[in-house]
Design a protein. Sequence first.
Length: 273
Amino acid sequence: MRKSHPIRRVVLATAATVSGVVLLLSLKPASDPAAASAAGAAPQQTAAGQESPQGGAQAAGTGTVTGDVAQTQYGAVQVRLTVAGGKITKAEAVQAPKGGLSDQKTELSVPKLNQEAVAAQSAQIDAVSGATYTSTGYKKSLQSALDKVKASSGASSGSSSGASSGSSAGSSSGSSSGSGAAQARTVTGKAVQTQYGTVQVRVTVSNGKITKADAVQAPKGGLSDQKTALAVPKLNQEAVAAGTANIDSVSGATYTSTGYKQSLQSALDQAGG
């Protein structure tokens, strides 16, 4: 028994050593989660780092602009644009005529007008047949939205102001951009007295073309309300389409039409001067 006792000690010591090694090996992976967690934290940080640049890029390169409300005979029209990199990427009507036949005309015309606005990258788009008033209002609101985009563009405003304030020996491209900015303005014609009331027209002229026309004064009261509601939208549309005061009178509203054309001509004279 005394001889075997040392052997037992050796065996026990060996067993203890082996078990210790096994424990160390088993504990080693337990220390790895710290490294694994550290490794996992890095992707989260990079992902977070990617979100802020994307947000910054969107804020700088993408903008949503809503045009002015354009009143038509059948209701208001208002267009909202999404612009990225100086180009229209999306156009939509946030307001459009509703009720009765207007619902059908809006459903027919607005999607087409949205597509044309993106395709043309301007307000020079065709009216949708059967929805003339909605189309006219859409184009007016679209143009006002585009004007806001141009006004908010620091680069274009800077080049325009630089060209206008530069010397006469400046580049031709700079002078043309400056002159384009100078030509875009709104002018109100003289008030014209008619048998049924005063007519006064205001026009917005850009690059030598009428982009918007509306009557700031028109006959009111009794039958005049009906005639004004019938005549003025048509006269506004014809003024933009013709680009001059040589437009047809609206049947049944001769006096209003005559006063409109006289005030329109005086506005154009001021714009030309």
